[in-house]
Design a protein around this ligand. Sequence first.
Ligand code: ADP
Ligand code: MG
Length: 600
Amino acid sequence: MASVQGQPSAAGLASAFRSGWANRVAPIAALAVALVLPFIGNDYWAVILSRAAVYWVLVAGLNLIVGFAGQLAIGYVALLTLGAYVTSVLAAGNVMPAMPLVVCFAAAAIAGGAFGVIVGLPALRLRTFYFAISTLGFATIVTQIALAWRSVTGGGIGLSGPQFPEPFDTAWGFYAVCLIAAAFATWISYNIAHSRFGRALVAIRDADVAAEANGISKTALLIPVFLLGGALAGISGGLFATLQTYITPDAFTFDLSILFFIAILIGGRGSILGPLLGTILLTILPEIAAPLASWSTFLYAALLLAIVLAMPGGISELLDFENRRPLTSGRAIVPNPALLSGIFARRPAAEALSLKNVVLSFGGVRALDGLDLDIKPGHVHGLIGPNGSGKTTALNVISGYYAPQQGEVRLGGHPLAAGHPAQRARVGIARTFQTPHVVGEETVLENVMIGGTVSGRANFLATLFSFPGRRRDERELTAKAMRALEAVGLEALAPVRASRLQHSELRFIEIARALMLSPSVLLLDEPAAGLSPDEIKRLGALIGEISRHGTAVLLVEHHSDLIFAICERVTVLNQGRVLAHGTPAEIRSHKDVVSAYLGV
Ligand code: ADP
Ligand code: MG
């Protein structure tokens, strides 16, 4: 890793890291193979490969929901069914005059999107397991409706799928249609995955508390993703109906849902290439092993078990050569505080933070019992006290996780609404956690970029179609994240998966992530825990320099040397109450503090 240290263009470096060869070369290679196949294969293979492409159109969207956001939507065959029936019924003219194909597919996308959101809504409230069951319930309902509504769907007898005109009515002609749809689905899911939205999805999956602190609202994020996943599933359903030529409710078995889900799991969470290969593999496998067709469910289950046991990261982990190289041992973290000026340029004037008479009890425990705090811009304010004295609770109140039962939190004189942690990032309040919350499966750089989610400007739609705004956002976020990493001294680890780092390094990732907001207020919860004495000194210099850029820093720490070295003011808590308050010199000689806490 040392080889990448101290190179000039941080942004260039970072973009080279982010696009590993597999991500770039593999889709192009896959497309090349797909284009050559018609010249060497027969019609039978055209059907199999079309099927893989049709499934992938659905899985590409579902992958964002399951693989990225970690929402267990297992009943997705329901949306395939919906899309298949909407296109077939409209094309057949069963309810109104027969519609052109484009209209049928647009209607399938709209219906799929709408139901994608409706089925997805429970995910915003229910825990994963209950959500999974609710999607299954929906799948059953759709099949029952298709069976019972005979006048429209043909009931158990079914109806013909939409037919494509020349030249797309041959096996290879239709294959071309499916291939274009699959390439399009890959492209838009890639655009979302490699954007602030994609990183935010992974953050709500693996570090939801940190996601909120970085301004990510689960609801605002998941709704467009459910819409997208549903629309793709609807289109996939239409293509599926054409491919089958004739559909009945039995065509949409639960096995299909399982196939989609397992394709993502064996592909690897948070990857596009992995689930793409997984889908192709699972479509082709039963054909190669035709005598085993009746065993397909069993085969899937065995495959899944093998993957979970032998390579939990799935195919994408197998292809992740970058993270096989050993890291240098005995790494020291050497921040470079001089680089902070690049991060704090163009920041509006920082504001003071104040707490007035904040009271918060948990059952019988008064965690905060009338806490007053005033933290000025440009000051480091120490918050110390024995374990359980309410320090972390104070931070949680400031960052909006807890609503105080009395009292209020103000920033620059304006009261902050309680219970909306995701809004704190927008007003410039950033924090780190006592136990670091990082996304282990993402790179260090991506973790830091999560901190810049609220500063991105391209909206979901612009990102989906990769309008220039998305690329500009990515460039700016990457450059700023690299600068933040250089400032905290972790730039050499930028391309490394965060789960491979030491605990102390995770603390510095969190600081870099917090710096992405160019924060007005920075809350640090025991940042020195687990650091060596030298690292603590360097951390102190870094925090001091952050405050000199005007940030109000609230530092919770047990290392009193650090507190007394860099704080302008110190508040000592005991059982939720302020035991003492003053300059470090006053606190050090305060009788009650010495006996209750410093223990000298
Ligand atoms: P500190 O960070 O100073 O060690 P905390 O703020 O974590 O202390 O905790 C203060 C008190 O509040 C402790 O008695 C703790 O058990 C209690 N507490 C904190 N969070 C919760 C919670 N979510 N539910 C119940 N009790 C809590
Ligand atoms: Mg604590």
